[in-house]
Design a protein around this ligand. Structure first.
Ligand code: PAF
Length: 289
């Protein structure tokens, strides 16, 4: 595995892989790698001959007051995990390497970024789409992989790639969960033992929502009320949102008669956790790819 923080070096490595006819898979991350990231790397390895991973805690996607400074950066551990996962190239640039001068250019996807996390993290998605565009321009992958846990992010990136004619296939892979259902996230490590136990209420609420739809409930309001009760009863927390939205437009849905994304963001102690499920109007899981 080659490890570099330099853009020019990445370009050289990628062009020689291309010259050998290799197909490039790319997994952009902010590090603190867990099984969720490793499943994306595995998917990339299954499709491609060369797997690039980036580790970059991107300052411009954090809103003031968020956890940019505290975000875990266990780089040695991440290098070891990447090596063991069969990664070909690990790109871990510094902030100066990625943003060497005042950046006057931003990439912004309208509409899809306005609901859910967009309502609570102003500028977050613009930070994500801008850095992902830069990373795509640096790595120039054939396929890039994103997790369904960040469903809104994945849908926004899919749309950006389509709108801007980027020659990259975006693949969305299922959320990887702990044994009790908690979605894997680098931010789970902020939780103490009691908060960690409490946090499994998020997936319980999502499963309950799915069951309600399976039993014939179609009104989002009723489902959201029940989910909110489950989460509040589990312990102290701050609910940013519990929403049921159209999987294409990310607009709120009142009556469930087509596939929906049931999504939530809840602060438990120091961690802001997000999770979701995607189901059709009968409550069957829908796989987005
Ligand atoms: O999902 C993440 O880890 C980040 O938002 C991403 C896609 C690596 C961009 O910084």
């Amino acid at each position: 595995m080659q490890v570099t923080g330099k853009i020019l070096e990445v370009r050289k490595i990628i062009s020689s892989a291309r010259a050998e006819g290799k197909r490039i898979g790319f997994v952009p991350t902010m590090g603190a790698l867990h099984e969720g990231h490793l499943s994306l790397i595995k998917a990339a390895g299954a499709d491609c001959d060369f797997v690039a991973v980036s580790i970059f805690v991107n300052p411009i996607q954090f809103v003031p007051g968020e956890d940019y400074e505290q975000y875990p950066r266990p780089i040695e551990d991440d290098i070891e995990k990447s090596r063991r996962a069969g990664v070909s190239l690990l790109f871990n640039p510094s902030v100066d390497e990625m943003y060497p001068q005042e950046q006057l250019t931003r990439v912004y996807v309208k509409k899809l970024t306005e609901n859910l996390c967009g309502r609570f993290r102003e500028g977050h998605f613009e930070g994500v789409t801008t850095v992902v565009t830069k990373l795509f321009n640096i790595v120039q992958p054939d396929i890039s992989y994103f997790g369904q846990k960040d469903a809104q992010q994945a849908l926004v990136i899919k749309r950006m790639v389509a709108d801007l004619n980027m020659p990259i296939e975006i693949k969305i892979r299922p959320t990887i969960r702990e044994r009790d259902g908690l979605a894997m996230s680098s931010r789970n490590q902020y939780l103490n033992e009691a908060q960690r136990k409490q946090a499994c209420c998020l997936y319980q609420a999502l499963c309950d929502a799915r069951e309600m739809i399976r039993s014939g409930e179609k009104k989002s309001e009723h489902i959201i009320k029940r989910m909110s009760d489950i989460i509040k009863n589990a312990g102290p927390c701050e609910i940013d949102y519990i929403s049921i939205v159209d999987t294409e437009t990310i607009e709120d849905v009142e009556q469930i008669n087509k596939p929906v994304l049931i999504a939530l963001a809840v602060k438990i102690g120091p961690a802001r956790l997000i999770d979701n499920v995607i189901v059709d109007s009968n409550g069957n899981d829908v796989i987005i790819t």
